[in-house]
Write a protein that binds this ligand. Structure first.
Ligand SMILES: [Zn+2]
Length: 176
Protein backbone atom coordinates (compact mmCIF):
# COMPACT_ATOMS: atom_id res chain seq x y z
CA UNK A 1 0.00 0.00 0.00
CA UNK A 2 1.08 3.54 -0.71
CA UNK A 3 -0.02 6.98 0.32
CA UNK A 4 -2.96 8.41 -1.64
CA UNK A 5 -2.43 11.12 -4.26
CA UNK A 6 -5.05 13.20 -2.42
CA UNK A 7 -3.19 13.12 0.87
CA UNK A 8 -3.14 16.96 1.08
CA UNK A 9 -6.90 16.84 1.51
CA UNK A 10 -6.49 14.57 4.55
CA UNK A 11 -3.79 16.87 5.97
CA UNK A 12 -6.04 19.90 5.51
CA UNK A 13 -8.91 18.07 7.15
CA UNK A 14 -6.66 17.54 10.19
CA UNK A 15 -6.03 21.24 10.76
CA UNK A 16 -7.69 22.80 13.79
CA UNK A 17 -8.00 26.59 13.42
CA UNK A 18 -5.69 26.41 10.41
CA UNK A 19 -2.91 24.26 11.81
CA UNK A 20 -1.99 20.70 12.69
CA UNK A 21 -2.23 20.19 16.44
CA UNK A 22 -0.56 17.57 18.63
CA UNK A 23 0.16 16.45 22.16
CA UNK A 24 3.42 17.77 23.57
CA UNK A 25 3.66 14.81 25.95
CA UNK A 26 4.45 11.15 25.35
CA UNK A 27 2.04 9.56 27.81
CA UNK A 28 -1.55 10.50 27.11
CA UNK A 29 -3.67 9.68 30.17
CA UNK A 30 -7.08 8.22 29.42
CA UNK A 31 -9.86 8.01 32.00
CA UNK A 32 -12.88 5.85 31.12
CA UNK A 33 -16.09 6.90 32.91
CA UNK A 34 -18.57 4.33 34.20
CA UNK A 35 -21.44 3.22 32.00
CA UNK A 36 -24.60 4.36 33.77
CA UNK A 37 -27.04 3.09 31.13
CA UNK A 38 -28.89 -0.09 32.00
CA UNK A 39 -27.29 -2.42 29.48
CA UNK A 40 -25.77 -5.89 29.54
CA UNK A 41 -22.08 -6.68 29.12
CA UNK A 42 -20.68 -3.38 30.39
CA UNK A 43 -17.31 -5.05 30.90
CA UNK A 44 -17.22 -5.82 27.20
CA UNK A 45 -17.40 -2.12 26.30
CA UNK A 46 -14.70 -1.11 28.79
CA UNK A 47 -12.45 -3.82 27.36
CA UNK A 48 -13.05 -2.60 23.81
CA UNK A 49 -11.69 0.81 24.81
CA UNK A 50 -8.59 -0.85 26.26
CA UNK A 51 -8.22 -3.03 23.17
CA UNK A 52 -8.30 0.07 20.94
CA UNK A 53 -5.72 1.83 23.14
CA UNK A 54 -3.49 -1.25 22.92
CA UNK A 55 -3.89 -1.42 19.16
CA UNK A 56 -2.88 2.23 18.78
CA UNK A 57 0.06 1.67 21.16
CA UNK A 58 1.27 -1.29 19.09
CA UNK A 59 0.99 0.86 16.00
CA UNK A 60 3.10 3.62 17.63
CA UNK A 61 5.75 1.06 18.58
CA UNK A 62 5.83 -0.47 15.09
CA UNK A 63 6.29 2.98 13.56
CA UNK A 64 8.84 4.32 16.06
CA UNK A 65 6.50 6.96 17.44
CA UNK A 66 7.22 7.91 21.02
CA UNK A 67 3.62 8.24 22.18
CA UNK A 68 1.40 6.06 24.38
CA UNK A 69 -2.19 5.90 25.56
CA UNK A 70 -2.09 5.21 29.27
CA UNK A 71 -5.23 4.17 31.17
CA UNK A 72 -5.67 5.89 34.53
CA UNK A 73 -8.24 5.21 37.24
CA UNK A 74 -9.18 8.72 38.36
CA UNK A 75 -10.18 11.75 36.29
CA UNK A 76 -7.43 13.82 37.93
CA UNK A 77 -4.64 14.32 35.37
CA UNK A 78 -6.76 12.83 32.58
CA UNK A 79 -5.88 14.17 29.13
CA UNK A 80 -8.73 12.28 27.52
CA UNK A 81 -12.01 11.39 29.22
CA UNK A 82 -14.19 8.72 27.58
CA UNK A 83 -17.94 9.15 28.06
CA UNK A 84 -20.79 6.90 26.99
CA UNK A 85 -23.92 7.93 25.19
CA UNK A 86 -26.72 6.18 23.34
CA UNK A 87 -25.89 5.90 19.70
CA UNK A 88 -27.81 8.47 17.67
CA UNK A 89 -29.05 8.53 14.14
CA UNK A 90 -25.88 10.06 12.80
CA UNK A 91 -22.99 9.14 15.05
CA UNK A 92 -21.41 6.22 16.82
CA UNK A 93 -18.77 8.37 18.41
CA UNK A 94 -17.67 11.95 18.79
CA UNK A 95 -14.42 13.66 19.74
CA UNK A 96 -14.47 17.13 21.28
CA UNK A 97 -11.36 19.28 21.54
CA UNK A 98 -11.99 20.80 24.96
CA UNK A 99 -8.67 22.66 25.15
CA UNK A 100 -6.18 23.37 22.36
CA UNK A 101 -3.53 26.02 23.06
CA UNK A 102 -1.09 27.26 20.39
CA UNK A 103 -1.29 24.04 18.39
CA UNK A 104 -1.01 21.82 21.46
CA UNK A 105 -3.79 19.41 22.40
CA UNK A 106 -4.47 19.79 26.12
CA UNK A 107 -7.81 18.17 26.91
CA UNK A 108 -10.15 15.98 24.90
CA UNK A 109 -13.53 14.38 25.50
CA UNK A 110 -14.61 11.28 23.57
CA UNK A 111 -18.22 10.08 23.44
CA UNK A 112 -18.84 6.48 22.42
CA UNK A 113 -22.34 5.44 21.34
CA UNK A 114 -23.85 2.40 23.03
CA UNK A 115 -26.50 0.27 21.31
CA UNK A 116 -29.87 1.98 21.37
CA UNK A 117 -33.06 0.11 20.52
CA UNK A 118 -34.72 3.36 19.56
CA UNK A 119 -32.18 4.26 16.91
CA UNK A 120 -32.32 2.89 13.36
CA UNK A 121 -28.49 2.88 13.42
CA UNK A 122 -27.22 -0.68 13.56
CA UNK A 123 -24.47 -1.21 16.12
CA UNK A 124 -22.30 -4.33 15.96
CA UNK A 125 -19.15 -5.32 17.89
CA UNK A 126 -17.10 -4.55 14.77
CA UNK A 127 -18.70 -1.14 14.27
CA UNK A 128 -18.20 -0.20 17.92
CA UNK A 129 -14.52 -1.11 17.80
CA UNK A 130 -14.07 0.74 14.53
CA UNK A 131 -15.77 3.83 16.03
CA UNK A 132 -13.53 3.72 19.12
CA UNK A 133 -10.37 3.44 16.97
CA UNK A 134 -11.64 6.36 14.86
CA UNK A 135 -12.33 8.62 17.86
CA UNK A 136 -8.89 7.89 19.32
CA UNK A 137 -7.52 8.87 15.91
CA UNK A 138 -9.22 12.28 16.27
CA UNK A 139 -7.78 12.53 19.78
CA UNK A 140 -4.28 12.37 18.22
CA UNK A 141 -5.09 15.32 15.97
CA UNK A 142 -6.25 13.46 12.86
CA UNK A 143 -9.11 14.77 10.73
CA UNK A 144 -11.09 12.71 8.25
CA UNK A 145 -9.43 10.32 5.79
CA UNK A 146 -9.86 10.08 2.06
CA UNK A 147 -9.84 6.33 1.31
CA UNK A 148 -12.30 3.71 2.54
CA UNK A 149 -9.38 1.85 4.16
CA UNK A 150 -8.41 4.79 6.38
CA UNK A 151 -9.39 4.45 10.01
CA UNK A 152 -10.41 8.11 9.75
CA UNK A 153 -12.68 7.66 6.72
CA UNK A 154 -16.37 8.44 7.21
CA UNK A 155 -18.82 6.87 7.05
CA UNK A 156 -16.78 3.84 8.13
CA UNK A 157 -18.85 1.23 6.35
CA UNK A 158 -16.07 -1.32 6.20
CA UNK A 159 -15.49 -1.36 9.97
CA UNK A 160 -11.77 -0.75 9.56
CA UNK A 161 -9.87 -1.69 12.71
CA UNK A 162 -6.27 -0.77 11.82
CA UNK A 163 -4.69 2.54 10.74
CA UNK A 164 -3.74 2.72 7.03
CA UNK A 165 -0.67 4.09 5.25
CA UNK A 166 -2.55 7.38 4.82
CA UNK A 167 -3.35 7.51 8.53
CA UNK A 168 0.32 6.87 9.34
CA UNK A 169 1.52 9.47 6.84
CA UNK A 170 -0.65 12.22 8.28
CA UNK A 171 0.22 11.27 11.87
CA UNK A 172 3.91 11.57 10.95
CA UNK A 173 3.23 15.00 9.46
CA UNK A 174 1.67 16.02 12.76
CA UNK A 175 4.27 14.50 15.10
CA UNK A 176 7.52 15.07 13.21
ZN1 LIG B 1 -14.75 11.43 12.68
Amino acid sequence: MTVSANIEQYINSSKINGKLCKWEKNNINVFITNITANIDNKTYYYLEIERAMNMWNEFFTQNNMNIRFNKINTPINADIVVHWTKVGRVFEGMCKYISVINGTLKKISIDIGLPNNFSPKQVTPASIFSAIMHEFGHSLGLGHGIDVDDIMYVPHKKNISKPSENDLYVLKQIYN
